[in-house]
Design a protein around this ligand. Sequence first.
Ligand code: SF4
Length: 212
Amino acid sequence: MSAIDVQARLAELAAEASVCTACKLCDQRTQAVFADGSPTADLMFIGEGPGQHEDEQGLPFVGRGGQLLNRLLDGVGMKREDVYIANVVKCRPPRNRDPQPDEIEACKHFLADQIRLVDPAVVMTMGNFSTKLLLKTQTGITRMRGMVVPWWGRVVIPTFHPAAALRNGEKMVATMQGDFELAAQTIAEHQRAPEPPAADPSAEPEQLGLFG
Ligand code: SF4
């Protein structure tokens, strides 16, 4: 699929999310927050769900967490527009509570399509929710972070959620910076690797089962 087709399909999905009523998070949202960044990015971030600023502006990671994300990207020579940023749920949970299992279940098809379309070499899951969803693990983020886990022809590198680092201080920020450096190094190795054989189109439906 060409980059233009990918962009068009992502725009269709964003439009679907904007009117989605598949879970109760639609009740109090200002707007759905679908994604931000490049549809051809090598690096994709997956957070948890929109907060107040994201709900108001319609973009993921725009508050203090977004500023930290930008700073961490800057530390590895990347910009926000070089990466793709999405969340597990597209609508803000009231009072920033955790997304509930039925809400994640209802919303996860959007994320599966985003990953399949953007096709990044590295996915950084930020925090417990996205890490547990993708890697089907009950192990917490403190133990998972910094691992390089092969996943559907790419790798997942879990790291802390920026909101957690803002609460916990510079030591956690420094740990995250190390995870970002690992991701940048992994992407550089991927770019140096020989081009893999073209994907078998018959494997496509299997991709839709990313989250089982
Ligand atoms: S969170 Fe996802 S499933 Fe729920 S209403 Fe929003 S877009 Fe639909």
